[in-house]
Design a binder for this molecule. Structure first.
Ligand code: ADP
Ligand code: MG
Length: 323
């Protein structure tokens, strides 16, 4: 596929795969393609969450500069973030690696050290995988299995007009100082919030707030949202980035990827409760509201609303590599 105007892009391709899959063949499939994790419903026991993410040298990291330990850490972290986005409990992982032939063993050991750091912290077992060596660059793919709680997995679908949109941290500029390599999966926070209020919809911010919130709105039946410009929490990295590239820090906060914070949508009265007493040590930011009227809009300090175009990360459209 080329990158022409008519190219459906990464998300168009995923939609195509989703249509082709159609009605599920297996009775285990409760939720297939289209969310942060699939939900499988074994005949006995709780729902199983499954997610996989692949990282490639030159795209998601630079091995030469970052080192294998950081790569392993990120590979595990991004998957943990997807389990967090469904308010699930991570349990076990399998890992597939394509190692550059030179230094294969040393590299693998570094990767595992990084993965183990997070696996230990989140009580995840590495239960299998596949090891290959070749003359190409490093590729690592982690598949993570988790469990939904008795309150059920939280999906991207489920937002309702009038709901409040929250994010769990400051956003933007994650590439600036390597923060994209050190995700802090919000597993405990998601579980704690899900205990006290029903979360209508949730996603982790991997492609940028505008893009990821867009997924929630699309999956929730084509709703819209108004975001308050002054309420968007901007990370100091976004300011540093804007000094470097001249783009405004707000745009970095709205469109940069790999913050791995959560974006959640809950009823207005629950939001008031949660904001008054957030599960420690969390900081929650109220960034806007869901509307019946489709489309994303940004409201300035003067009350004026303007359309906000989702400019988040799309693997087929974004060609520049990490710094
Ligand atoms: P995330 O950023 O949360 O990892 P993605 O945007 O990568 O989500 O994927 C969105 C949905 O599309 C997920 O349900 C994912 O499993 C599915 N998906 C992505 N690529 C493929 C593929 N090659 N085949 C089948 N499903 C895919
Ligand atoms: Mg995700």
């Amino acid at each position: 596929m080329n990158n022409s105007q008519n190219d459906p892009g990464e998300f168009g391709l995923i939609d195509w795969m989703r249509q082709r899959e159609g009605i599920s063949r297996s009775r285990w499939t409760k939720l297939g393609i289209g969310d942060d994790c699939a939900i499988l419903q074994p005949d006995r026991g709780s729902d199983l969450l499954v997610t996989t993410d692949m990282l490639m040298d030159g795209r998601h990291f630079r091995l030469q500069q970052d080192g294998p330990r950081a790569v392993g850490y990120k590979a595990m972290g991004v998957n943990l973030s997807d389990i967090a986005a469904m308010a699930g409990v991570p349990r076990a992982a399998v890992v597939a690696v394509a190692l550059p032939r030179a230094h294969a063993t040393e590299l693998a050991q570094g990767l595992y050290a990084g993965m183990h750091e997070l696996a230990g912290q989140f009580e995840v077992d590495l239960v299998g995988g596949d090891t290959n060596a070749w003359d190409g660059p490093l590729v690592i793919s982690v598949t993570l299995f988790g469990e939904a709680t008795e309150r059920g997995a939280v999906r991207r679908a489920g937002a309702m007009p009038g709901d409040v949109i929250l994010v769990t941290g400051t956003l933007g500029g994650s590439l600036f100082a390597g923060r994209h390599l050190r995700p802090e999966p919000r597993v405990a926070l998601a579980l704690a919030m899900h205990q006290v209020v029903p979360i209508h919809a949730m996603i982790d911010i991997s492609d940028g707030l505008s893009s990821d919130l867009g997924h929630i709105l699309a999956e929730s039946g084509g709703l819209g949202a108004v975001l308050d410009e002054s309420a968007i929490p901007i990370h100091s990295d976004a300011y540093d980035m804007s000094r470097k590239d001249g783009m405004c820090a707000l745009d970095h906060a709205l469109n940069d990827g790999e913050d791995f914070e959560l974006c959640l949508v809950i009823a207005a009265r629950d939001a008031a409760r949660l904001l008054a007493d957030p599960p420690a040590p969390a900081v929650l930011y109220r960034v806007g509201v869901v509307t019946e009227r489709p489309g994303l809009r940004l409201r300035g300090a003067d009350g004026h609303e303007r359309p906000l175009v989702s400019m988040g990360f799309d693997h087929f459209r974004t060609v520049e590599d990490p710094p």
